[in-house]
Design a protein around this ligand. Structure first.
Ligand code: ADP
Ligand code: ADP
Length: 226
């Protein structure tokens, strides 16, 4: 089955604003997939629905064949999400933030600890483990969100505008890191409004505009059509 399957997804905010107008999309296992579109296109709404943080109006979402409505507790194990905005408690310590997420996924205590160490090291944050998150730079906070999303080693990682506002050096190192985990087998979907980011990282792409899917093709084909 697909890593992610979306069928006829719609979202109406406040009973009047149609942010998603029936989007259908499949992302295959192992893919590195870009969701491209201008501000307001509906990218964050789509990710919010997939991670069950935003209630959809209609449609279906399956993650590795598991429907998020009928079996969210299974679906969430397959999924790691890096939201656009920092949503951790800034007064908590870096290590505790990741450990808490491991608890949310039901990892046993010892495994949670070793996974937290593994991913804080991978993201170059291990020496900051006892630092309150509010003391971290913007780039470190972003890396913390990635460590937190990976602690349970999800099969599907979704990142919402991972490099928005990130300097060029960190952007390059995040790109290398994401390539590495994709090569190790994790399916990755990211949203971006930089064509350059999709071009550098992704194999396939969906373009969303005003709540509609306007294109779904390989990045190679997209660039040839320009
Ligand atoms: P993108 O991530 O592509 O920039 P969003 O999914 O954030 O787009 O937003 C899509 C549309 O839905 C925008 O017009 C936005 O203003 C609107 N929208 C997003 N969140 C809400 C909300 N909570 N209430 C009302 N409208 C919203
Ligand atoms: P519950 O109601 O089961 O306790 P919540 O929905 O309140 O869980 O989420 C707990 C935390 O986990 C929140 O910070 C939320 O943003 C985060 N979260 C929820 N789903 C996911 C997911 N699939 N991937 C990453 N973080 C998630």
């Amino acid at each position: 089955s697909a890593a992610l399957s979306i069928r006829n997804l719609t979202k109406v905010y406040n009973n009047k604003f149609e942010a998603l107008k029936g989007i259908s999309l499949d992302v295959m296992p192992g893919d590195f997939f870009a969701v491209l579109g201008p501000n307001g296109a509906g990218k964050s709404t789509t990710i919010g629905i997939i991670s069950s943080l935003v209630r959809k109006t209609a449609g279906d979402v399956e993650i590795f064949g598991v429907n998020i409505d009928t079996d969210f507790s299974q679906a969430k194990k397959y999924l790691g999400v890096v939201p656009q905005e920092f949503n951790f408690n800034l007064f908590e310590k870096v290590e505790d933030i990741v450990l808490q997420q491991a608890g949310y996924y039901g990892l046993p205590r010892d495994y949670a600890k070793s996974q937290t160490e593994k991913y804080l090291k991978k993201l170059n944050l291990w020496d900051k483990r006892s630092t309150p998150a509010r003391m971290l730079s913007g780039g470190m906070k972003r890396r913390l969100m990635i460590a937190r999303a990976l602690v349970h080693e999800p099969r599907l990682l979704i990142l919402d505008e991972p490099t928005a506002g990130v300097d060029i050096e960190l952007r390059r190192s995040m790109w290398d890191f994401l390539r590495e985990i994709n090569e190790a087998g994790t399916t990755i979907i990211l949203t971006t409004h930089y064509l350059e980011e999709a071009e550098s990282l992704c194999r396939n792409v969906a373009i969303i505009d005003k709540g509609l899917l306007v294109k779904n093709t390989s990045v190679k084909n997209l660039l040839q059509g320009l």
